[in-house]
Design a protein around this ligand. Structure first.
Ligand SMILES: *[C@@H]1O[C@H](CO)[C@@H](O)[C@H](O)[C@H]1NC(C)=O
Ligand SMILES: *[C@@H]1O[C@H](CO)[C@@H](O)[C@H](O)[C@H]1NC(C)=O
Ligand SMILES: *[C@@H]1O[C@H](CO)[C@@H](O)[C@H](O)[C@H]1NC(C)=O
Ligand SMILES: *[C@@H]1O[C@H](CO)[C@@H](O)[C@H](O)[C@H]1NC(C)=O
Ligand SMILES: *[C@@H]1O[C@H](CO)[C@@H](O)[C@H](O)[C@H]1NC(C)=O
Ligand SMILES: *[C@@H]1O[C@H](CO)[C@@H](O)[C@H](O)[C@H]1NC(C)=O
Ligand SMILES: *[C@@H]1O[C@H](CO)[C@@H](O)[C@H](O)[C@H]1NC(C)=O
Length: 398
């Protein structure tokens, strides 16, 4: 599946990475047009010039935990009257898709949006098929065909934070492969770095154009997404901001000059790279050379796990106590370097199903891509400032 890299990258600017990791189009990626209808912009967004500003609000998030923290999801309400649908708020994609009653048996017991119970639902006439190259969990994705969603376009009213937003673009899941049935959520709400979907509509009405994640381990709980603001009670110290590159085009990514492992670096780890920030993913992805350079500084016994190309592991008996502090350096808006650090405690993402004596390690090899997710965000409060095209970070306050 890793050979589909080119297709995956072709899709990146359209659908980016999904909550299940990296969507790939098996046949014709260009045919997939999941471009959300952009909210018409009446001039540029100018903070402070609105007559009536909308207040920020919180969406509580629940941790999908399978031995390790995987994904965080919360409700968005769809239809009239509103039906709460649990979705992953995914900074790696841009559209809203979720299971509906149009799916039936293939979608098992997942919470389904009942299309016939919504007086405002309008079905579209376009379907699209999405495949994913990495799953939500630690189990191998042996072929993208195992992770396939069929979507139907449409429109309906969305309700979130007490705000009712009519005529929003939605994609209902009308068929899916059985791998999705274990997901405790029903879909994905894209939260890309552009003013789209429900978020774009709220900004049009005067909500500040930013949102913030407080992602926590299962044991801590109380994770939340603050839409339109920053929850100052959830972190310590000042936020450090960094600008997205000018050509980010809706992708949450920052340039990084350096990776450091246990205080050391080398010529491979000092290559400049764009790192994607994906709230829908828990593992870390780097190209193969970078991944192996990182592991070489942690333990020679971390080896590729043959049954899952791209994944690495080590006998579980050897993983406890390994030093594996991974710091990724970025540059702040004031030009100073700063590090975001994933501690050693994140190295072990749990035993492989096919060989439970081997534990999967955090970094997956995926050539052409650098990506961090929940395993980093558990340690930082993150601000996703769409209006100013920048990201802010501060150590989590727990
Ligand atoms: C979503 O809403 C339902 C119904 O109100 C509630 O039972 C559930 O806990 C909520 N889920 C999340 C993830 O907040
Ligand atoms: C759905 O729920 C029923 C009843 O609780 C259960 O028997 C069945 O195994 C569940 N199906 C799936 C796919 O989880
Ligand atoms: C669904 O997509 C088709 C093709 O792009 C478009 O013509 C139609 O208006 C869409 N329908 C809805 C309800 O959004
Ligand atoms: C799909 O729906 C759109 C909008 O209603 C319509 O313009 C278009 O002709 C339809 N396409 C097909 C193939 O039915
Ligand atoms: C759903 O997809 C599966 C393959 O994943 C296929 O076998 C089945 O026919 C599809 N069902 C419908 C109703 O399209
Ligand atoms: C990875 O390293 C090998 C051997 O040093 C080199 O030939 C290759 O070009 C590198 N690949 C990338 C993508 O940098
Ligand atoms: C599981 O992995 C261990 C360590 O690599 C290996 O010795 C053992 O043969 C593997 N077991 C199976 C069933 O593949």
């Amino acid at each position: 599946m890793w050979s589909v890299l080119v297709l995956a990258l072709a899709l990146l600017s359209v659908a980016a990475t999904g909550a299940e990791g990296m969507p790939v189009a098996a046949s014709s990626p260009r045919a997939i047009s999941l471009t959300s209808r952009r909210v018409p912009r009446n001039g540029r967004y100018v903070p402070g010039l609105r007559k009536r500003a909308l207040k920020p609000f919180n969406v509580p998030l629940t941790d999908f935990f399978l031995g390790t923290d995987l994904q965080w999801f919360g409700n968005i309400s769809v239809g009239t009257p509103p039906q709460p649908i649990p979705v992953v708020f995914d900074t790696g994609s841009e559209t809203l898709e979720f299971v509906s009653t149009q799916c039936g048996a293939p979608c098992g017991n997942q919470t389904a949006f009942d299309v016939s119970a919504s007086s405002t639902y309008v079905a579209g006439n376009a379907t699209v098929t999405l495949q994913f190259a990495t799953g939500g969990g630690v189990d191998p994705v042996l072929s993208p065909e195992e992770y396939e969603l069929t979507l139907l376009n449409g429109t309906d009213t969305l309700t979130i934070g007490g705000h009712t937003l009519p005529n929003q673009q939605i994609f209902t899941i009308i068929n899916e492969t059985e791998k999705f049935l274990t997901d405790p959520y029903s879909g994905i709400q894209g939260m890309s770095a552009s003013l789209e979907g429900f978020f774009g509509a709220l900004v049009e009405q005067g909500l500040p154009a930013l949102f913030s994640f407080f992602i926590t381990p299962k044991a801590v709980g109380n994770a939340e997404l603050t839409i339109g603001g920053i929850d100052e009670s959830k972190f310590q110290g000042p936020l450090t901001y960094a600008k997205l590159p000018r050509d980010a085009e809706g992708s949450w990514e920052l340039a990084s000059p350096k990776i450091t492992v246990n205080g050391k670096t080398n010529h491979i780890l000092t290559q400049e790279r764009e790192v994607i920030f994906d709230s829908g993913t828990s593992n870390v992805l780097f190209d193969t050379n970078t991944t192996e350079a990182i592991y070489a500084m942690i333990s020679p016994n971390i080896k590729p796990f043959a049954a899952e190309p791209g994944a690495y592991g080590i006998p579980c008996s050897e993983i406890e106590g390994l030093d594996a502090t991974i710091s990724v350096t970025f540059t702040s808006t004031s030009g100073q370097p700063f590090d975001l650090t994933i501690p050693s405690s994140e190295l072990n993402v749990g035993p492989f199903t096919s060989n439970t004596s081997v534990c999967q390690t955090l970094v997956n090899a995926f050539d052409g891509l650098s990506l961090v997710g929940g395993s980093l965000f558990k340690h930082y409060y993150t601000v996703w400032d769409v209006g100013n095209q920048q990201m802010g970070f501060a150590p989590n306050g727990f």
